[in-house]
Design a protein. Structure first.
Lengths: 311, 404
């Protein structure tokens, strides 16, 4: 495990910690702004992964009614059921673990970001001493800026909101929960199953509340990161999938099911129709599983070259 | 593509995904496990005082916020440890408000003094560990108060305590207290004035002047009589200062986070660069009056010759673990300990004569009384070594966790 710890330090923690401190230097010693800028940069770099993950997740969710129908139809024939489901995935060009890859790759990046922020916010002498081993020797200017000025908007970024007692700190905790709720809601596809709907609703509320409670006991610097990260995530998601379940469309709200509609394999929309390597322009109001942008007038203002290309 | 080819392709794909997941999971686990090692620790040195009966008493602060008293048969004599220990836990020691002690306790006028990271100065009867008195800045506990030692100083007006305390991560002050009543005598900067940088240092008090550095790259010289600066302006260095300055002749010597060891004129506060290392100077240096032995987080001990005004060498060791522990000089030889847990005996040129491992990181300052060196490791083991001609002789060791 020690080997993986060292590997983690070398390829994740050190580059991120040094980058964050560089941003701190560039932003005139304002750590709050540095954290926000750092979050923007990292989220920007992982944008292609996020796009793939969101599209894949969306497609999988939209296929759920069809999969359910297949499962019901072939409930006594597991072999045929599996074959039909796989055939459905194939026809729709969906990779069942397609959303997992980007998610898995992003995981260490976000955990690394967490540790990078923790590293530059040393609360105790041992934390500060530990920071020295994380700084690159070829960047001696970083040695001169530690320990960093931890104050931002009147808050000590190393203290948790409870100990800080700052109103802005508590507001940030609220924002972290709300932004998480919004992001979750945007990802959701309404289910036709009432039990599943109720479960979805509970999860959508429970996670932000839990997250908000956790935020109360983490350094405010990390809460700023979460709020910024969620805000960026919301913007990204808006441009990829639109408002999603946050602003239910009449069709999806009335039908309570995927905009693809529950069609069994064979009667599904032709793959070529929705995925010919070029942007789709569906006129029937149905989602191609790729994006809502086709029906968004703003989308047409931007060049669409290289989008929707499948490898 | 045949069915078997498709199956083989699918298997390879699944295997690749599984391996990728496992690799990322291991990496993340390694990272998380690494993060946990930054759990709160503290490192108090060992204070040893001789008793009237020829024996001695040692005081050590623990990670749990206890002050432990060990009764020894003698300090420099037989070194036999009397198997008796007592622990005093301040009321705040329960739960997560336990004070961390980074500074070494000090003993004067029958009282033992120690400063907590919670910003509280504790004063106790040195014999019974009773009659607790406390002081805090303006009566408030602090988030990151005192990370250095409390320095007792005899003055014509009585015993005074000098302590560097931080009000928050950006601001600190030097406080001079009356040792018996723990009432504030004066503070620098004075009340109503903005504080200086955060301080995690033990002031060095010589001839009524306290010399100390802060995280804002400054070193100060302040009279403990009236808390007025003795320099026109503080000495400006290139990095934060956590080390205590050592004083030889007309200069004080201190290392900073900008990897530089400085000499600062005592009369005017003018800094001069002596040498540059590969990492931060965290711990204070040791001196025999002729040379400065400055430990560095790059794992080396830098030796500077005062008379010739030039660096002599940087003593390197098998491991390159950081050195956060202030070394000591015993009979012209240097004893230094590092994060590897190695306690090393060096000659005055930095050549290693002998090494003993205490099993865990040593970050507390080393303390020497006579030819005995006391070492407090992070695992709460306290050891005493006798410095012989070319060896460190293991005298005794004690686990503070075993003391109720």
């Amino acid at each position: 495990m020690e080997f993986f710890g060292l590997l983690w330090d070398e390829i994740i923690t050190k580059p991120m910690t040094n980058s964050l401190l560089l941003l701190y230097v560039l932003l005139a010693g304002n750590l709050g702004l540095a954290i926000i800028a750092f979050t923007v940069v990292v989220r920007g770099l992982t944008y292609p992964l996020v796009v793939r993950q969101l599209r894949s997740t969306r497609k999988m969710q939209e296929l759920q009614p069809l999969i359910k129908a297949v499962n019901e139809k072939y409930k006594n024939n597991p072999q045929e059921r599996g074959r039909q489901v796989m055939s459905l995935y194939k026809e729709q060009g969906v990779n069942p673990v397609g959303c997992l890859g980007p998610l898995v790759i992003q995981m260490p990046i976000f955990i690394g970001l967490f540790w990078a922020i923790n590293n530059v916010l040393p609360f105790t002498p041992e934390n500060l001493a530990g920071l020295s081993s994380k700084l690159y020797s070829f960047l001696p200017s970083l040695d001169s800026v530690v320990p960093v000025n931890r104050h931002f908007l009147g808050m000590d970024l190393a203290l948790d909101p409870v100990r800080s007692g700052s109103i802005i700190g508590f507001a940030l905790v609220g924002f972290s929960g709300i932004s998480m709720y919004v992001q979750q809601k945007m990802t959701q596809v309404p289910s036709s199953d009432p039990a599943q709907m109720s479960q979805q609703r509970m999860m959508t509320l429970m996670f932000p509340v839990m997250f908000g409670m956790f935020s109360l006991f983490f350094p405010i610097g990390l809460v700023i990161y979460w709020v910024a990260s969620n805000a960026i995530g919301i913007v990204m998601q808006y441009f990829i999938t639109g408002w999603g379940a946050l602003k239910p469309t009449t069709a999806s709200a009335s039908s309570g099911r995927s905009r693809l509609g529950p069609q069994l394999p064979g009667s599904l929309p032709d793959k070529e129709q929705v995925d010919d390597g070029r942007p789709e322009h569906r006129t029937d109001g149905q989602d191609s599983g790729r994006s809502d942008r086709a029906s968004d007038p703003r989308a047409r203002r931007r060049p669409r070259r290289n989008r929707g290309r499948r490898r | 593509m045949t069915s078997s080819e498709a199956n083989a392709g699918s298997f390879t794909y699944r295997l690749t995904v599984a391996l990728m997941l496992a690799a990322v999971a291991l990496l993340v686990l390694g990272g998380c496990a690494r993060g946990r090692t930054t759990a709160s620790q503290s490192w108090s040195g060992v204070a040893v005082v001789e008793n009237a009966d020829g024996g001695a008493t040692a005081f050590i602060g623990t990670k749990e916020g206890r002050l432990v008293q060990l009764t020894l048969a003698s300090t420099a004599g037989g070194g036999q440890l009397v198997q008796r220990g007592r622990a005093f836990g301040p009321p705040e020691a329960e739960g997560d408000t336990a004070p961390a002690f980074y500074g070494t306790p000090t003993v004067a006028s029958g009282r033992v003094f120690v400063g907590g990271y919670n910003g509280v100065v504790y004063s106790l009867n040195a014999e019974s560990l009773s009659d607790e008195r406390t002081w805090t800045v303006d009566g408030n506990p602090l988030a990151q108060g005192i990370a250095g030692g409390v320095v007792p100083v005899e003055t014509p007006a009585g015993l005074r305590l000098v302590v560097a305390a931080s009000e928050d991560s950006d601001m600190g002050r030097l406080y001079v207290l009356d040792a018996l009543s723990l009432r504030e005598h004066c503070r620098y900067p004075g009340e109503g004035l903005p504080g200086i940088g955060q301080m995690w240092t033990t002031p060095n008090v010589v001839e009524g002047i306290a010399y100390f550095g802060d995280h804002d790259h400054q070193v100060h010289a302040v009279s403990i009589d009236d808390c007025v600066s003795r320099w026109d302006r503080p000495a400006e260095l290139g990095g934060g200062v956590a080390a205590s300055p050592v004083i030889v002749g007309n200069d004080l010597y201190v290392g900073a986070f900008d990897r530089t060891l400085y000499a600062i004129g005592r009369s005017n506060g003018q800094p001069r660069v002596l040498l540059t290392a590969e990492s931060w100077f965290w711990a204070g240096a040791a001196t025999d009056g002729k040379r400065i032995y400055a430990p560095n987080l790059d794992g080396r001990l830098y030796i500077y010759d005062i008379a010739s005004g030039s660096p002599i060498t940087a003593a390197e060791f098998d491991d390159d673990d950081p050195i956060l522990s202030t070394p000591v000089i015993v009979d012209g030889r240097v004893v230094v300990a590092s994060d590897s847990g190695a306690v090393r005996l060096l000659d005055r040129n930095g050549d290693q004569l002998h090494s003993i491992s205490v099993g865990d990181k040593v970050r507390a300052q080393l303390v020497a009384v006579g030819d005995i060196v006391y070492v407090h490791a992070l695992d709460e083991g306290v050891s005493a070594f006798r410095v012989l001609d070319r060896f460190l002789d293991d005298e005794w060791e004690r686990d503070l966790d075993d003391i109720d």
